[in-house]
Ligand binder design. Structure first.
Ligand code: SAM
Length: 372
């Protein structure tokens, strides 16, 4: 699998020359039939490469469901839930089971046809009345809707460009091939990347060091516009690992945030085992927030996952659980989701809203809006 993908990438490099890193990442993750997210191998949960919040157990979904139920009361019974990048489908299954007022439509937009299949299998055991609400999409819905958009650990999987300053001169990092395998090479940045880096430098309160490298997701503004366009009223939640811009591009973080996952080990070599290893980058939440506002949404809040889940009553759910065994299980899950040394602080929640009358729950007590 990895060899076939490597051959495909090598052919591409031999045809077009060194590949901008975003193109390499796109092939490594999404090359039809071979890329990490589309090759049908197991990725999620304890038997895969990484464990996301919904894969920890049902507490994440239970807590989100309480917020969505409040929103549903404002939106009315015809509300829609659009989940982007649903992975194994476990969050969709748990949300549908937990919501007191399930959405009239649960839309799943996923780039991976193989994962859409996995999700359908995951939802197989749901009651028919819930299953009937689920539809899979390979592009954002054409029709507008009132409801919720939810994307957990999706923005980190959008391909990023890598830029480098060498003695203050800007380069784009690209991928070429040698006898030893893939290797980094430098090329002049194209106009789009040069413009984005110039914009970034204007927006930062500090100068970038003369020798420095980091990433930038050039597609994020366009993606945000496209996926949120159908939302006429409601909330869009983006949960992911990331930083506000000033921290992301902190002078001391001088070699970027690319991170790969292979069988529960984080590593930093995106050229190791293409197709078998996940490649991701932290999210620049300032960029994501600006993109949301440019797309016509209001910035409702920005907080840590830990503060968000606690404000929505995750702890009370644990103490209210019936039976010691269940309480212990949920307590373990709560720790992993909210403790600062686990997922609680590294993961952030960006909330964008449109035409809502009630304030969105869960965002205030630990608001980090001022940091964006
Ligand atoms: C890291 S997984 C997260 C899965 C799940 N949300 C979870 O938390 O377990 C990323 C998911 O996003 C999907 N994805 C990546 N890029 C996407 C895009 N541009 N549009 C829709 N889905 C995308 C992948 O196929 C995969 O299902």
């Amino acid at each position: 699998m990895s060899e076939a993908l490597c051959n495909r990438i090598v052919n591409k490099i031999e045809t077009v020359g060194a590949l901008p890193f975003a193109d390499f990442m796109t092939m490594a993750l999404y090359e039809p039939g071979l890329g990490y997210y589309v090759n049908g191998l197991h990725k999620f949960g304890h038997a895969g490469d990484f464990v996301t919040a919904p894969e920890q157990g049902s507490l994440f979904a239970q807590t989100l469901a309480s917020q969505f139920d409040t929103l549903a009361a404002e939106l009315g019974p015809d509300w829609t839930l659009l989940e982007i990048g649903a992975g194994s489908g476990v969050l969709a299954r748990d949300l549908l089971m937990q919501l007191r007022q399930p959405p009239a439509r649960y839309l799943i937009l996923d780039r991976s046809a193989a994962l859409r299949q996995v999700q359908a299998e995951q939802l197989e055991g749901l009651p028919q009345s819930l299953k009937d609400r689920v539809q899979w999409l390979s592009a954002p819905p054409q029709e507008s809707f009132s409801g919720v958009i939810l994307a957990n650990e999706v923005i980190d999987a959008l391909p990023v460009s890598v830029f480098e300053l060498v003695d203050a001169e800007l380069f784009e990092r690209a991928v070429s091939v040698s006898e030893q395998g893939f290797r980094w090479t430098r090329r002049a940045p194209d106009k789009r990347l040069a413009g984005a880096v110039a914009h970034l430098r204007e927006a930062l309160p500090h100068p970038l060091p003369k020798n420095y490298s980091s990433e930038i997701c050039l597609d994020l503004p366009g993606w945000m516009q496209t996926v949120t366009e159908p939302l006429v009223r409601g909330l869009a939640l983006f949960i992911d690992y990331g930083y506000p811009r000033t921290e992301y591009y902190h002078p001391q973080r001088d070699s970027g945030t690319l991170v790969c996952h292979y069988r529960h080990r984080a590593h930093f070599d995106p050229f190791a085992w293409p197709g078998l290893t996940d490649i991701s980058a932290f999210v620049d939440f300032s960029l994501a927030a600006e993109a949301g506002v440019a797309a016509g949404l209001e910035l409702a809040g920005f907080t840590s996952q830990g503060a968000f889940l606690l404000a929505l009553g995750a702890h009370e759910r644990v103490t209210a659980a019936s039976g010691d065994k269940e309480r212990m299980r949920l307590a373990g899950e709560l720790k992993r989701l909210v403790l600062p040394g686990e997922m609680g602080e590294k993961f952030k929640v960006l909330a964008l809203s449109k035409a809502l009358e009630q304030p969105v729950q869960g965002l205030e007590p630990g608001s980090q809006l001022h940091r964006l």
